[in-house]
Design a protein around this ligand. Structure first.
Ligand SMILES: Nc1ncnc2c1ncn2[C@@H]1O[C@H](COP(=O)(O)OP(=O)(O)O)[C@@H](O)[C@H]1O
Ligand SMILES: [Mg+2]
Length: 361
């Protein structure tokens, strides 16, 4: 998919912004605070109606304004145009696809897939197991509506079971939750097993293209996957333990996902640059995975791509960006344009020279 043009009003410091983009790489250069990340945020909002850096959308509306508007003109793989409009007025959200108002967010998901790398994503590498779950669950939820449904039910039951555990129930009281959990657990594990085998092979293939002297790999152990009956047995036999802590200690929510670099956990031994490299390869793998499953090339947003990468690593990464994706890279490096070979289809956008951008006073 290709974002052909965008129109933004009242997003953070941007009062008005109109821009036409090109297929291939769009490199957005500007000093700190020029609104580079805000432009990527706007593109992301068109995809899932949420920002990637603020939980509350009220924080992204320009101070003192009450409405926000983002309109994107998108070209799909069969060259058909698609218009997505996002409006927020006095806390009321309105989304239109090709002039038709949508009533449910699920109607938007998958229409215009976007993969984003933001500086906060380093948590996937340096954070705990929960951060890794969040990343992989998000990919699965966006590409598999059944998984989204199972996971939502599973999380709800875990919550209900945990609150029941805190009232010291007997094994009989909790049996019904064990049955429901084991049924959903089996379904979630089945989908995860296929997903990780697929995703890790994409990741390894990409990593090998980097010609890096160290190996990198994602480990999801299949031996933590249980059948419905095995999981049910475990929940019952772990009853006393769960009562003691008030939490459900077994299940897909406890799956261990390890990220290894040079056969050691990257979190413990990777340098900042190595961690960033690993993260970028994860994100490009995400885009390839989405493309394979949904048959739509997601747009890739790489915020502050070159930060913490030396020139050598930066140029290695650029080698991976030759796929058919439209890519938006932001940078504060005025020389970034020179990192790209003349072969690369590059659209260089200098925010400070751009007449179309108008900043809020
Ligand atoms: N709600 C808001 N209203 C007005 N300005 C904001 C708001 N939120 C953030 N800003 C400002 O917007 C500017 C642009 O931010 P950003 O897009 O992160 O720039 P860049 O990525 O180019 O460094 C920053 O100076 C920030 O302080
Ligand atoms: Mg920024």
């Amino acid at each position: 998919m290709i974002l052909d043009s965008i129109n933004i009003e009242n997003l953070r410091s941007i009062n008005k912004f109109n821009m036409t983009f090109k297929p291939g790489i769009n490199l957005i250069y500007g000093e700190n605070g020029r609104g580079k990340t805000s432009i990527l945020e706007a593109i992301y909002i068109l995809s899932i109606s949420r920002s990637f850096r603020s939980h509350f959308l009220r924080n992204i509306i320009t101070d003192g304004k009450s409405n926000i508007q983002i309109v994107g003109k998108i070209k799909d793989s069969s060259n058909q145009y698609l218009k997505i409009e996002y409006y927020k007025l006095n806390n009321q959200k309105r989304i239109k696809i090709n002039e038709k108002k949508i009533n449910n967010l699920s109607e938007l998901l998958g229409i215009f897939p976007v993969t984003v790398l933001s500086p906060d994503d380093i948590d996937i590498i340096t954070g705990n197991n929960k951060d890794k779950h969040k990343f992989f669950n998000m990919i699965l939820c966006h590409t598999n509506k059944l998984y989204l449904n199972y996971l939502q039910q599973y999380k709800l039951i875990i919550k209900q079971r945990n609150s029941l555990l805190q009232s010291q129930p007997t094994l009989e009281d909790i049996q019904i939750w064990n049955e429901k959990l084991s049924d959903l657990g089996e379904k979630i594990w089945k989908i995860r097993k296929d997903f990780f085998s697929n995703f890790t092979s994409i990741f390894t293939k990409l990593w090998n293209q980097l010609d890096c002297k160290f190996k990198a790999n994602i480990e999801y152990h299949n031996n933590q996957i249980l059948s419905k009956n095995e999981y049910y047995e475990q929940l019952c036999s772990n009853h006393l333990n769960d009562l003691k802590t008030g939490y459900t200690k077994k299940g897909p929510h406890k799956d261990i996902i390890n990220l290894f670099f040079n056969n050691m956990p990257i979190k413990e031994c990777g340098s900042q640059g190595e961690k960033k490299l690993f993260l970028i390869v994860l994100k490009i793998s995400e885009a390839i995975y989405i493309n394979n499953i949904m048959n739509k090339e997601p747009i890739i947003l790489l915020d502050d791509l070159f930060a913490m990468l030396d020139k050598n690593r930066g140029s290695k990464i650029l080698k991976l960006l030759t796929n058919n994706f439209q890519i938006f890279i932001t940078t504060t490096d005025a020389n970034a344009e020179t990192y790209f070979s003349k072969m690369t289809q590059l659209n260089f956008i200098k925010l400070e020279e751009c007449n179309d951008i108008c900043f809020a006073a």
